[in-house]
Design a binder for this molecule. Structure first.
Ligand code: CTP
Ligand code: MG
Length: 241
């Protein structure tokens, strides 16, 4: 069985307000995107990595990350698109594995355990996403910021990545999306699972236990938190070795 990973690093990181795009900011000894690449590189079931970067960052990523750290599973470095779903679509065309894991390059704190679970559940269910139950009460609000509903918290999960699929399911969903866009439909997507929910073959998306440490580096304080989590991970892998 072949498992491919698409690592997304084509965003502009606007909420980070930094001159350097957030995926290239240093945390600990390495740039943010290094850590996710390392986890996929080291996982025995992952056979190839497709790295999606900004259109003018392909050579930069090749030299300063892929070659420098010898990530030899990176089979392709490709420019992404304006929206995240476009970046996934551009990466997906190079995928040769039977299963594909789509991962935010801005989530550095992934572990082998998590990847094991994602691969196993993608095989069992066809589609799964790393996720955790929400801790806070969530309100649905109207355009004037008045509360309109309080959904039952026990039914709400916070979605993370990796999001893992039988590859044919994801490519089929993208074909459905293309048809919808060609017909002028207005489509708003924030994650890959949502695409499969709308344009898939009916396969249901299974929640896989992620981790509250699996944060997305989004705003400056996330860099401080990620540094703490990554230092902890290094310690525990040292203990285990
Ligand atoms: N991403 C991408 N292509 C895009 C947009 C996002 O590959 N057109 C990637 C980002 O690089 C990131 C992941 O998708 O690894 C999650 O997106 P997000 O956290 O929103 O990152 P940015 O879009 O870069 O940040 P912001 O929304 O603050 O501009
Ligand atoms: Mg974004």
């Amino acid at each position: 069985m072949k498992v491919s990973a698409i690592v997304l690093a084509a965003g502009k990181g606007s909420r980070m307000h930094s001159a350097v795009h957030k995926q290239y900011i240093r945390v600990g000894d390495y740039p943010v995107v290094y850590y996710a690449l390392k986890a996929f590189q080291n996982h025995p079931d992952v056979t190839e990595i497709i790295l999606v970067v900004g259109a003018d960052e392909v050579e930069y990523a090749r030299e300063t990350i892929v070659n420098r750290y010898h990530f030899d599973k990176v089979r392709m470095i490709t420019p992404g698109g304006r929206e995240r779903w476009e970046s996934v679509k551009f990466g997906l065309q190079y995928v040769t594995g039977e299963y594909v894991m789509v991962h935010d390059g801005a989530r550095p704190c992934i572990t082998k355990d998590l990847l094991d679970r994602c691969i196993a559940e993608a095989q069992n269910y066809g589609a799964c996403v790393a996720a955790m139950p929400v801790k806070d009460t969530i309100k649905q609000v109207d355009a004037e910021y008045f509360s309109v509903a309080t959904p039952d918290r026990s039914t709400l999960w916070q979605i993370q990545t990796p999001q893992s699929f039988r590859t044919s399911l994801l490519t089929g969903a993208y074909e459905g999306l293309d048809r919808a866009l060609a017909q002028g439909e207005n489509v708003k997507l924030t994650d890959d699972a949502q695409l499969v929910e709308q344009f898939g073959d009916g396969t249901r998306i299974r929640m896989t236990e992620g981790s509250y440490r699996n944060i997305k580096v989004t705003t400056p304080e996330d860099l401080e938190i990620a540094a703490i989590f990554l230092a902890g991970q290094e310690e525990s892998s040292f203990e285990n070795s």
